[in-house]
Design a binder for this molecule. Structure first.
Ligand code: BGC
Ligand code: BGC
Length: 834
């Protein structure tokens, strides 16, 4: 019965979410209904922005404004991504800032060693202050997503993601984390972090929920001031660069965590009161602690894109709440504003955006703004105002007098990057963030015995670190990219052996000598932004394998402790039922030793540290939060909690899954794989990371942009035949859909048409029915084709045992990009059965 509930939810919601996210990205929002999304600033609170206005600085700004050309002023308003700009461009255009997106790095290498970052910082700084063209040479500043430590950089301390910090309830430690992060950023020469995220997620199906401290606005607000102070220092102390500080940015203004169904970049369909009291609350302490910048959200409120919403950016944030720094837009978010494109959007400036994050669109944006400024269609007063706000922050930072990045305090002091002191702070945070949901007396573990550590991800830092770690998605990483870190396994082993016991790592739970206890580590894999959006609060089906391991160990009389790595509360009832103790570790980062500190007791079996983590958001009873909470916000046991009876929870079959989406936004859905082989299935290869070569080098697979970034997989085949499949080991039953008029939908862009193409299915691992010949002309645009499931059934396929609902077979050279495969009826073009 539960499986069917889940099926219904998964199916319908998955389609809604997939469609919504794609819409938000690919099309500008339609014009909102009159009056919708317009705020009433007078009902919002006023705050005091405590950064003093120094008359000497104001005079310098006035003087600069007099001397700067219009082109130089416009340059200040634009920020480019490192991957799309050179120092020569900087010398010519004098942009206000560069950023490094999640997938960029010096020399086009996301994995560049730390010294390269500092060297690149010097190059851009020196280019920006170059006056050989007769300009004034305003120093640029470099923004980076140091969102859980300086985690873009190899060797840095990786702190727990914000959801884990929310569990700690420890603002004092938050300030220390901010201070440590600022120091590490300073080592590699950047001046500005796009943190803290002060989102207040209301729907944990959102792929960014882990970036928020809590669903509770008061808890978030209690952290914000501390984090801003940790990063920037006290608001009345100028010259951050003379100290060990950097600029902070609270994001994403406003209600990024309030979108309907938790859709990333979606629409918050809420009242102005909710907007203010839930999502607006954390901006109070940010402003009162002098946060230097605010990043405006991709999302909409009542159908109106935030980035173009003057009533909120200017009316509420600046005029009413008194924010006195500058605003920056998000990654090409201006292109989503009603009436805008990535290349042109004066609306954003007029709404109150001071700096455009125009990663690859910086040149057209710059040229468009300049043209309009020269034509007088953007008032000069607005440009001067935005430039002044940016310059004021730069003066406060001290960048005019600091010299080049490598000459500044802490620069190149590599021992600060991942220093023992910073790692100790992170380890304390790990310890404090652990939430104990169940303990039938098995914890703390006595260290003298034999411990088995099973499950996935026990010895994998990237799994513990989540998205926004070295790479944007936090994927494609090895432990070698985290020098000096401690995996959860390594920490456990160290604690146990130090006390004279023994520990064995065995992912599948097999062992030679029976252990005294087992820890089974399981949970989510890294993701970022919309790639983490889910249809339900169920753990992805392909991640539930460790449930069986837990059962197997229990059946052998071994006490089992489940440790969950996760970015959000999810329905994991089978693990909660089976394990004797259940610990949520969230996304702990590089200092896994904090887990052992709490789980492994002293020699006498007494705790060395107690649990103090409390749930930062409610834990669901079923994959639908509508069914209520199993554990309320604030729940969390400690070693002092009285033991209570465990009432078994309803379980959902492990193999239940979202039945209708197999491949979305360029990645296989949970439990599905993208496989490339010859037409006869020889030489098959699972495409897990890209770029990848397959079928003896005849085919090359890369990531390419579709409706969303990296939203498709591009397949280039040299010659011969190739078969691209979305497949799984476990068959699905689509007989019901076959009887209805459901189609296999696949969205593909063909750049070079194959000599011939066919869509096929696989049932129980082998070809079934016969293929449907299709014609896929090369027209260079994404088309959602549909093949009726009936076509395959009519040709003898067993639709109850489908292991690959989509195989695209081609002959001859071909070049195509696949973005989505799912079931549905909304094809742009239905292909005949042939
Ligand atoms: C994210 C921001 C981030 C920016 C730069 C955007 O896509 O929404 O949170 O700061 O990229 O990487
Ligand atoms: C960038 C991220 C950015 C994202 C926006 C990625 O390509 O690396 O920094 O947040 O695009 O969608």
């Amino acid at each position: 019965m539960h499986a069917s509930i889940r099926f219904a939810l998964g199916g319908a919601a998955a389609l809604a979410i997939g469609g919504g996210a794609a819409l938000a990205q690919s099309q500008p929002a339609s014009q909102p209904t009159d009056g919708h999304g317009l705020a009433h600033p007078a009902i919002w609170p006023k705050y005091h922005y405590p950064v003093p206005r120094d008359p000497a600085v104001e005079a310098k700004i006035a003087d600069l404004l007099k001397r700067m050309t219009l082109a130089e002023k416009v340059g200040q308003l634009v920020q480019a991504d490192l991957g799309s700009i050179t120092p020569a461009d900087m010398k010519k255009y004098h942009l206000g800032s560069i950023l490094v997106g999640g997938n960029s790095g010096p020399n086009g290498n996301d994995f560049s060693p730390a010294p390269d970052w500092l060297k690149t910082a010097d190059e851009f700084y020196l280019a920006s202050i170059d006056k050989s063209d007769g300009g004034v040479g305003i120093p640029e500043i470099w923004g980076i997503d140091a969102v859980h430590g300086h985690a873009n950089i190899i060797g840095a301390t990786v702190f727990p993601q914000n959801i884990g910090l929310g569990a700690m309830r420890d603002p004092a430690l938050i300030e220390k984390i901010g201070a440590a992060t600022a120091q590490e950023v300073r080592v590699t020469g950047q001046e500005w972090t796009f943190a803290p995220t002060v989102t207040v997620p209301q729907d944990y199906r959102w792929g960014r929920a882990y970036e928020g401290y809590s669903s509770d606005p008061k808890l978030v607000a209690s952290y914000v001031g501390a984090m801003v102070r940790g990063l920037q220092g006290p608001p009345d102390k100028p010259n951050l660069l003379a100290r060990d500080k950097i600029l902070a940015s609270t994001k994403h203004f406003l209600a990024d965590g309030g979108t309907k169904n938790g859709v990333d970049q979606g629409d918050a369909q809420i009242s102005e009161k909710e907007l203010r009291d839930i999502h607006g609350l954390p901006y109070g302490p940010a402003i009162e602690n002098g946060v230097a910048t605010v990043m405006v959200s991709f999302s909409s409120w009542q159908g109106r894109k935030m980035t173009g919403n003057k009533s909120l950016i200017t009316g509420v944030l600046k005029d009413q709440m008194g924010f006195g720094g500058f605003t920056v837009s998000d990654w090409n978010a201006h292109g989503q504003v009603e009436g805008c494109t990535n290349d042109s959007c004066p609306q954003a400036l007029m709404a109150g955006i001071d700096m455009y994050m125009a990663p690859d669109s910086w040149k057209p944006i710059y040229e468009d703004l300049l043209k309009r400024a020269r034509a007088g269609t953007i008032p000069l007063s607005r440009i001067d105002e935005a430039v002044s706000d940016i310059l004021r922050v730069k003066f406060r930072l001290g960048v005019f007098t600091a010299g080049k990045p490598s000459d500044r305090l802490l620069s190149g002091d590599w021992k600060i990057l991942g220093s023992p002191e910073h790692r100790a702070i992170a380890r304390q945070a790990v310890r404090e963030s652990l939430v104990l949901l169940k303990n039938r007396g098995v914890l703390p573990l006595k260290p003298g015995g034999r411990l088995l550590v099973a499950g996935e991800g026990a010895d994998d830092v990237s799994r513990a670190a989540g998205g926004w770690t070295i790479s944007w998605q936090g994927t494609g990483l090895t432990n070698a990219m985290f020098p000096g870190s401690t995996t959860l396994w390594a920490g456990l082993k160290q604690a146990v052996t130090a006390a004279g016991g023994s520990a064995e790592l065995s992912p599948d739970g097999s062992f030679t000598k029976k252990p005294d206890a087992a820890i089974v580590i399981f949970g989510e894999k890294p993701y970022a932004e919309f790639q983490g959006d889910r249809a339900t609060l169920a753990l992805d089906a392909d991640l539930t394998g460790p449930y069986a391991t837990m059962r197997k160990l229990k059946a052998q009389g071994i006490p089992v402790v489940a440790v969950m790595i996760t970015g959000r509360p999810l329905e994991v009832n089978p693990a909660l039922n089976t394990a004797d103790a259940f610990v949520v570790a969230w996304l702990p980062g590089s200092e896994g030793g904090g887990l052992a500190d709490v789980l492994i007791g002293d020699k006498a079996g007494k705790p060395r540290f107690d649990f103090r983590g409390k749930l930062p958001a409610a834990w669901p009873k079923t994959p639908s939060m509508a069914d209520g909470a199993l554990f309320a916000f604030g729940y969390g046991l400690s070693y002092k909690s009285p033991r209570t009876a465990w009432k078994p929870l309803p379980e959902i079959a492990d193999n239940a899954r979202d039945a209708r989406v197999y491949f979305a936004k360029g990645v296989p859905a949970a439990s599905w794989s993208l496989v490339l082989g010859n037409i006869d299935r020889a030489d098959e290869k699972r495409i897990t990371t890209v770029p990848a070569d397959a079928i003896g080098g005849r085919a090359h697979v890369t990531a390419t942009d579709a409706a969303v970034q990296e939203g498709a997989r591009r397949v280039e085949v040299n010659d011969g035949g190739a078969a691209l499949a979305v497949s799984s080991h476990d068959p699905i039953n689509v007989s019901r859909e076959t009887n209805g008029d459901v189609l296999v939908l696949f969205t593909v862009k063909v750049d070079k048409a194959p000599a011939s193409a066919a869509v096929a299915l696989r049932c129980d691992g082998s070809a079934c029915g016969s293929r449907v010949l299709v014609s896929l002309p090369a027209n260079g645009k994404y088309v959602r084709y549909g093949v009726p499931l009936k076509c395959f059934a009519a040709k003898g396929a067993d639709m109850t045992k489908v292991t690959a609902p989509f195989i695209l077979e081609t002959t001859g050279p071909a070049d195509y990009s696949l973005s989505e495969v799912r079931l549905g009826s909304d094809a742009e073009q239905v292909l005949p059965c042939g």
